[in-house]
Design a protein around this ligand. Structure first.
Ligand code: FES
Ligand SMILES: [Fe+2]
Length: 453
């Protein structure tokens, strides 16, 4: 696969041979092109609706390398605005979260409503002589899509809608959005947003979560300690169940769209196995949820998702239940934003068990994520060396052995489902990446008044 009409050299991604040039992780030119051709054209995760429950609530979020405001206006409608004053580009909001009916720019005090309209301009009559067309100078607003409370936004007016862009990944993301009882009842993000920076390119993290079961050895120390809330060795909530049953461990990818999922498919129906024996309230809750899920989903309850990556930079983890965005900060740095979710109506004991679990599993304090960050940091450094960068990375594991057919048709007609470890998911991710990078069409962003960027 080669790039055409681009400032970067051809042959960086050769999926026929499973070779990728290290330069795609380190080049400033590649990075700047990613912002234009990938981040400005893709649906990006910006927050969960439980973070803005009341009229007037807002949080700051990010799309690519830019700050955005996610807010609920006084009528209850959700918006995503570029946090950028139309006058000179000052941030119109500098608080991480709050409640407001208007955003007043700190620089010259232009005032924007909670629907993005420019409603106040100092000296409109005396200095602008009433010539300023305020209706053309509101905040830039992104398209917004709400999937079971998870909010995604996209700048590109010409991009396909969210569902079309997800394709058969929707089954896996919908599964992730479920409560433990298999319903789409309310979840709540709790404890704020973990934000921290890691010294590596954003793609190292995205491709790892996309389907890198191969790196299990690097978590050997975490597996050896009691990290799981079950109180036994292992690091996953579901280990006591899945390790006692016959399962297919699957990598799933949606070719062409670059989305991926990972998980286990039980070969037979299964019963709940005691997991939280020393916590009766928690044990009862999860036992009842298991039974309700099997009754609700039937055969599909045999799918036990682990997580995956929604192209380009959103990685979700089941079991923990968290969702992280890998926000690019130049080619050499990534700012991770991670939220954790709990079933809103679960007993407090359940929420606390999950909260303690995610703190020791993921985020900057999480033992598992620390293993990953160390790997990615050194891998990034290893992509920059004068000699090292002349040699491509190897992505050929499982090349030619991808399977489009799988006994459970409901896993998707067009997905690849491959048992055990494979790099098919990473190849799907970079296939989509390369296709977008080779497409010079600019994303179309409309300003208020219909002015095209
Ligand atoms: S930069 Fe916002 S009012 Fe001037
Ligand atoms: Fe990992």
């Amino acid at each position: 696969m080669v790039f055409e009409n681009t400032p970067i050299s051809s042959g960086m991604v050769d999926l026929d041979r499973g070779l990728i040039a290290r330069e795609i992780f380190t080049s400033q030119a590649v990075y700047e092109q990613e912002l234009e051709r990938i981040f400005a054209r893709s649906w990006l995760f910006v927050g969960h609706e439980s973070q803005v429950p009341e009229p007037g609530d807002f949080i700051l979020s990010r799309m690519g390398d830019e700050s955005v405001i996610v807010n609920r206006d006084r009528h209850g409608a959700l918006h995503v605005f570029l946090n950028n004053c139309r006058h000179r580009g000052m941030r119109v909001c500098r608080y991480d979260r709050g409640n407001t009916r208007r955003f007043t720019c700190p620089y010259h005090a232009w005032v924007f409503s909670d629907e993005g309209a420019l409603v106040g301009v100092p000296k409109l009559e005396s200095a602008y002589h009433d010539r300023l067309r305020r209706e053309d100078w509101g905040l830039i607003e992104a398209r917004l899509y709400n999937r079971h409370g998870f909010l995604f936004a996209c700048w590109d007016e010409a991009a396909p809608d969210f569902e079309t862009g997800m394709g058969e990944e929707l089954f896996y993301f919908d599964d992730y959005c479920e409560l433990p009882d298999g319903s789409h009842g309310p979840l709540e993000a709790f404890g704020g947003i973990f934000k921290w920076r890691i010294p590596c390119n954003w793609k190292f993290a995205a491709e790892n979560f996309a389907g890198d079961y191969y790196h299990d050895p690097s978590h050997a120390s975490v597996d050896a300690v009691t990290l799981s809330p079950s109180g036994r060795t292992g690091r996953h909530t579901y280990d006591p169940v899945t390790k006692a049953r016959d399962v297919y461990k699957l990598n799933i990818c949606v070719p062409g769209l670059g989305h991926t999922a990972r998980g286990e498919l039980f070969k037979d129906d299964y019963d709940y196995l005691p997991t939280y024996q020393e916590m009766p309230v928690v044990e009862d809750y999860f036992r009842q949820c298991y039974q309700a899920r099997q009754a609700r989903l039937g055969e599909k309850a045999r799918w036990f998702g682990h997580g995956g990556t929604i192209f380009p930079n959103v990685s979700y983890s089941n079991g923990v239940q968290s969702l992280g965005t890998w926000n690019p900060c130049g080619p050499h740095e990534t700012e991770v934003w991670r939220i954790f979710l709990v079933p809103k109506d679960a007993p407090e004991e359940v929420k606390q068990v999950l909260r303690h679990y995610v703190i020791r599993y993921q985020g900057p304090s999480g033992l598992t994520e620390q293993d990953d960050m160390e790997n990615w940091g050194y891998a990034h450094e290893g992509a920059r060396g004068t000699i090292a960068r002349r040699f491509p990375f190897n992505y050929e594991m499982g090349l030619g052995f991808e399977r489009r057919q799988w006994p459970a048709a409901w896993l998707g007609a067009d997905v690849y489902a491959t048992e055990d470890v494979s790099e098919q998911n990473q190849r799907a991710f970079y296939g989509r990446w390369a296709a977008l990078m080779a497409d010079p069409r600019p994303g179309r962003v409309l300003a208020p008044g219909g002015v095209e960027s």
